[in-house]
Ligand binder design. Structure first.
Ligand code: ZN
Length: 303
């Protein structure tokens, strides 16, 4: 689907005013998205399915000076605040001034927002107003590896396209999935009989669990409150797989899209944690009556 999307002809009738590319912040993703943006901006009619790389618009895009294009990335604090969107800091002209002007050298105007999950609440509200009444001939292109962090009101206004990283993703019924999720599915479920509904709810559960283990979000109390439910074993499996991954050192190699608390622990600590989880899971499997919250507490004491 991804290949079809990027290879097809674009014209004013088939381009939406707002997209979300779900992808890692990788060179591959940026290359694909930038080529899509160039295609939108290109003024040449010579090539239907691509950009010309010769017109003024393409040339200026290549040297990062296309006046009809604005790129916004997280600031020094790794956030995107409203100031970055409004252009308060003289770093850029601001979204509104680009979008509300007539395009200068290109066919349209494009705003690209990198790591969009880092938009803070105020910035998301600001953006939502623009998405609700998009100026003519303008496109907002967002990239995010964690789209579930964006407000639902924003998500509902975006066309979502997934860009997969082929080296680290596996497939389930033609859908590419995170390798850790894939590992858990293979171990714990009969993949031939799993329904789409069940798959989707596990996929949501996986994302939710990963998010709670995210360095940035991590809160022991939060975990004690939310993990202690019917999905406890699944969540422990996610944690266990993440530990295996940290132990094998594959975090560094694969340039993982999220940074989890497990990736900062020493090897010794990871082994202790693993032992604790394995005995916890043995209790659960054997239905030994234990206080799950106390047990969880002692597991996360190791972090
Ligand atoms: Zn061109």
């Amino acid at each position: 689907m991804e290949a079809n999307f990027f290879n097809k002809e674009t014209n004013s009738h088939n381009i939406s005013h707002a997209y979300l590319f779900e992808c890692k912040d990788s060179n591959k993703s940026h290359k694909l998205v930038d080529s899509f943006i160039k295609k939108i901006l290109c003024t040449s009619k010579a090539k239907k399915n691509s950009f010309c790389d010769e017109c003024k618009s393409c040339n200026s895009f290549n040297v990062n000076s296309n006046p009809d294009f604005l790129q916004i990335s997280p600031d020094d604090k790794d956030k995107i605040g409203i100031g970055s969107l409004r252009g308060d800091f003289d770093k850029n002209r601001g979204i509104n001034s680009v979008l509300n002007e007539t395009s200068l050298i290109s066919k349209a105007k494009v705003i690209k927002i990198n790591c969009a999950e880092k938009l803070n609440e105020e910035a998301q509200n600001y953006l939502l107003k623009i998405l609700e009444e998009p100026p003519k001939n303008s496109h907002i292109i967002m990239l995010s590896s964690r789209p579930y962090r964006l407000e639902k009101t924003i998500l509902s206004r975006l066309i979502r396209i997934k860009i997969q990283n082929s080296e680290s993703q596996k497939e389930f019924k033609g859908i590419k999935i995170d390798p850790i999720f894939s590992e858990i599915l293979k171990r714990e479920y009969d993949l031939d009989s799993i329904s789409d509904k069940e798959f989707n709810s596990l996929s949501n559960l996986f994302n939710e669990t990963i998010e709670s283990l995210d360095n940035f979000n991590y809160s022991k109390n939060g975990i004690l409150d939310t993990w202690n439910d019917d999905n406890l074993n699944f969540r422990l499996n996610v944690l266990k797989q993440e530990i295996f991954k940290s132990l094998s050192g594959s975090y560094k190699k694969t340039n993982h899209q999220y940074s989890l608390i497990t990736s900062t622990l020493s090897q010794e600590r990871l082994f202790l944690l693993l032992e604790e989880i394995i005995s916890f899971q043995a209790f659960l499997a054997n239905k030994i009556p234990i206080n799950k919250k106390v047990q969880l507490d002692s597991v996360f004491d190791l972090i």
